[in-house]
Design a binder for this molecule. Structure first.
Ligand SMILES: *[C@@H]1O[C@H](CO)[C@@H](O)[C@H](O)[C@H]1NC(C)=O
Ligand SMILES: *[C@@H]1O[C@H](CO)[C@@H](O)[C@H](O)[C@H]1NC(C)=O
Ligand SMILES: *[C@@H]1O[C@H](CO)[C@@H](O)[C@H](O)[C@H]1NC(C)=O
Ligand SMILES: *[C@@H]1O[C@H](CO)[C@@H](O)[C@H](O)[C@H]1NC(C)=O
Ligand SMILES: *[C@@H]1O[C@H](CO)[C@@H](O)[C@H](O)[C@H]1NC(C)=O
Length: 406
């Protein structure tokens, strides 16, 4: 434990308050998050790592570069090199096939935008049964995990590169949050906290009905959740819960063990944020015929209950991939997304803000396996199913972040 104390010097970089990105875009990414123009082709071997989280049918998720589904492509093994798969032809990235996404729920809040849902991730090469992992802009070398991974959103009516985001991906579920603003007491780094990596989407992203939301598609406004693991108290103080984590470290030839976090799992998040202005859609569609990957119409997106032509169509044409069939496959989808939409009133009300730490140590909701081992290289997770908690141990959780920088 003592050998980590000097690393506390790294803390300022871990609580950086930057909202828009200031460092360079990934080397394999296009300069801007544009839709592909008519006449170009989606490149299913692209190495673009540019994600955009814009709406219920316009978002990207991470997947392995190798789509064979072979065991070595488990997310935990390929975190530094995962690539972007998008629901629309954009960002020079790969395309998520129609039907893969079985539920998507987009929420726009004052502090972040979030997409979560269910999918058949094997359609983009995620290994069957893979509990997946947590991807974020930090990683073992602080270059992003994946390295060169970047994220935009257009919440302000224009595309903006944001610095802080977090995502969980597994073979059957996904969630991504992009932090677009911060307040005096909640920084973007806190709101997109990336160390609760075995707690799963429902807990980390405060989704009340997560497991009841398969096979539906909604877009809502919402209030912001409390930052993951933080429990604001009535008296103005905040208690902090941290994931339990036992690992080994090697340092100057020595090997040792460390444990951070607590052994009791919180029964719930601080509160489930209310949603409003929800619009329900019947499905989403990418508008591309995956028989030949050709973009034959201006991409469209769902907005306020209708299908509209997408803005920011780029000019960079991608050429026809070798091996693409000359004629369109029969399974191709039509270019226009169906948009049978219905509006509903406001969603769930805020829950209580009591911290209610129970004694349950169950980790049944975790969507993602502990990823410390792969992101840190020299850290091995032991007994990763023990999840956490306690009050006022923020420094311990932050220590974990420091350790992963070794
Ligand atoms: C790209 O991601 C890196 C790593 O997270 C970050 O430092 C940089 O600011 C991002 N750049 C852009 C343009 O988003
Ligand atoms: C697709 O992307 C890969 C990786 O960047 C690149 O090598 C290849 O040339 C691209 N294919 C086309 C047809 O542009
Ligand atoms: C979601 O629904 C699809 C059917 O549309 C089903 O195949 C899949 O197993 C469900 N996912 C989960 C996690 O229940
Ligand atoms: C931040 O401050 C606001 C206003 O004082 C308060 O309602 C909220 O609970 C605080 N959030 C945290 C995480 O402490
Ligand atoms: C605030 O309340 C919590 C319990 O909810 C308590 O543990 C903490 O000591 C209190 N802090 C202050 C400054 O009164």
């Amino acid at each position: 434990m003592y050998s980590f104390i000097p690393l506390l010097a790294l803390l300022p970089s871990l609580v950086r308050g930057q909202v828009t990105a200031t460092f360079p875009n990934g080397a394999t990414n296009p300069d801007q998050p544009e839709f592909l123009p008519i006449g170009s082709y989606v490149n299913e071997t692209s190495l673009s790592r540019l994600m955009s989280i814009n709406g219920v049918d316009d978002f990207c998720l991470w997947g392995p570069p190798d789509q064979s589904g072979a065991k070595e492509n488990e997310i935990g093994n390929v975190e530094p090199i995962v690539v972007a798969y998008c629901t629309k032809p954009r960002n020079g990235a790969r395309l998520i096939p129609d039907g893969a996404i079985t539920a998507a729920h987009f929420i726009k809040t004052p502090l972040y935008v979030q997409i979560h849902g269910f999918w058949d991730g094997t359609k983009v090469g995620i290994v069957e049964g893979d509990a997946g992992g947590e991807l974020d802009p930090h990683g073992a070398e602080n270059l992003g995990n994946p390295i060169g991974g970047n994220v935009t959103s257009n919440v302000e009516g224009k595309d903006v590169f944001y610095e802080e985001w977090m995502s969980f991906i597994s073979y059957d579920q996904f969630c991504v949050r992009v932090c677009t603003a911060e307040t005096a007491n909640v920084t973007a780094a806190l709101q997109c906290e990336h160390e609760l990596d075995i707690m799963g989407c429902q807990f980390v992203m405060a989704i009340e009905d997560f497991y009841q939301e398969n096979n539906t598609f909604t877009s809502c406004d919402g209030e912001a959740a409390a930052p993951p693991g933080l429990y604001p108290q009535a008296n103005g103080s905040t208690s902090t819960f941290r994931q339990r984590y036992t690992g080994t470290y090697s340092n100057d030839g020595g090997v040792g063990y460390f444990t951070v976090g607590q052994t009791v799992t919180p029964s719930s998040v601080a509160f489930y944020p209310a949603t409003s202005n929800c619009v329900t859609y019947s499905t989403i569609s990418n508008g591309v015929n995956t028989g030949d990957w050709a973009v034959t119409a201006t991409p469209s997106i769902l907005a306020s209950g209708s299908t509209v032509a997408a803005g920011n169509v780029g000019t960079t044409s991608q050429s026809k991939p070798s091996g693409a069939s000359a004629t369109a496959a029969a399974s191709g989808s039509s270019a226009s997304a169906s948009a049978s939409a219905s509006r509903s009133g406001s969603g769930s009300a805020s829950g209580s803000s009591a911290p209610s730490a129970s004694g349950s140590a169950s980790n049944a909701n975790a969507a993602a396996s502990a990823s410390g081992s792969s992101s840190a290289g020299m850290i091995t997770v032991q007994g990763g199913s023990n999840v956490i908690v306690g009050m006022g141990v923020a420094v311990v959780g932050i220590l974990l972040g420091a350790v992963t920088l070794l």
